[in-house]
Design a protein around this ligand. Structure first.
Ligand code: ADP
Ligand code: MG
Length: 339
């Protein structure tokens, strides 16, 4: 009896050891695709290609599913179907749509409405203005503004339903969807035992455990106007940048960003670029948008009010650029010194 137990233990140890040897060192696998309309990159450290490919494919599939749920460009997306039923009372939604709306509501509350996914009608006016080259008139703006306001979205956690109080309301997840999707994609890869991974949907990046033998992933912080503000070392964290570097419209000599001020229904002005580092993708994404709306002072207060969040803000000042780094329980580790 004793001998057979001992033999079993020895055999188990041998099996484990040979398993480790077969795993060998981790290799780096990288892939790129276009997802949710932007360049998407996945990096995974894995013992061999088959495991890395399977995990990356699962992550891309997860992102594609989320695009089918959250897109505001696809008329058939779950989000657009929900908007089509605005004013009709509670509508049952998928767990992901409910979750992203639940998180959005919390952030609207925390940002005093600066982050607000009901800005859809204002975004639609902004898109028209970009085409026509004309600012929307006061009547158009007033109509749009009557449909904006996060309190007009009612969520029922038990029944998992969403009610949009007025017909014509239009939700827009452009300020949180990519960060949410990047976070879920990383979770998909981690669930396959590959914790050392990175998922980037354009400027919305989520990283898991550090690459082997390193202190973290070197993630470039985008400054304003396409500049780099240096790179930071990160693990188990998310980074998002918002600003008007890429998307803006110039009307009557003023520059309006594609980020709306829900109080005015107009794109924000002032050229602030904000990068937020946070524990999760959806949080980094939404907070970076919110900081841009709130501006430097209020934006800094918002970051300081949270745990484990940091922000890098940049804005034009005369011929140069000014930068402010805000660290709230998360000290940034700059790779190769701060630029
Ligand atoms: P990016 O376009 O780089 O993802 P953001 O994450 O800042 O930048 O998202 C901007 C998008 O968020 C807009 O295109 C719009 O769809 C949506 N949006 C605009 N203003 C707001 C706002 N105040 N709150 C929430 N979402 C917004
Ligand atoms: Mg954002």
């Amino acid at each position: 009896m004793e001998t057979s137990r001992l033999l079993f233990a020895v055999l188990m140890m041998l099996a484990l050891l040979s398993g480790c040897a077969a795993r060998g060192p981790l290799e780096r696998f990288e892939s790129k695709r276009v997802c949710m309309g932007v360049q998407t990159r996945i990096v995974i450290y894995a013992p061999e290609r088959t495991a890395a490919d399977a995990a990356a494919n699962a992550a891309y599939d997860r992102i594609a599913d989320l695009e089918g749920i959250m897109s505001d460009y696809r008329p058939g997306s779950e989000l657009m179907r929900l908007c089509g039923r605005a004013g009709e009372g509670p509508v049952a939604v998928s767990p992901d749509l409910f979750e992203v709306l639940r998180i959005s509501r919390g952030l609207s509350r925390d940002t005093h409405g600066a982050f607000d996914v009901t800005v859809g009608p204002a975004v639609a006016l902004w898109r028209e203005a970009r085409k026509s080259g004309k600012l929307p008139g006061p009547a158009e703006r007033a109509r749009a503004m009557s449909l904006v306001g996060w309190e007009q979205v009612r969520l029922d956690e038990r029944a998992r339903t969403v009610a949009l109080s007025r017909p014509g309301m239009r939700l827009d997840l452009g300020g949180i969807g990519k960060g949410y999707a990047a976070q879920r994609a990383v979770e998909e890869i981690r669930a396959r035992g590959l914790a050392r991974c990175l998922v980037a949907l354009a400027g919305d990046i989520v990283v898991g455990e550090s690459p082997p033998g390193r202190e973290g992933w070197e993630v470039e912080i985008a400054g304003g106007q396409g500049r780099s503000a240096g790179a930071v070392l990160l693990a188990n964290a998310a980074v998002s940048t918002s600003g008007d570097t890429e998307q803006f419209v110039e009307l009557e000599g003023r520059r309006y960003s594609h980020i709306m001020d829900p109080r005015t229904g107009l794109g924000i002005e002032g050229g602030l670029s904000a990068t937020v580092i946070a524990p999760r993708g959806e949080l980094a994404d939404a907070l970076s948008t919110a900081v841009c709306v709130l501006g430097r002072e209020e934006g800094e207060r918002l970051v300081r009010a949270r745990r484990a969040v940091a922000a890098v803000m940049e804005w034009k000042s005369g011929p140069g650029v000014e930068r402010r780094v805000v660290e709230s329980g998360r000290a940034l580790r700059w790779a190769g010194g701060r630029r």
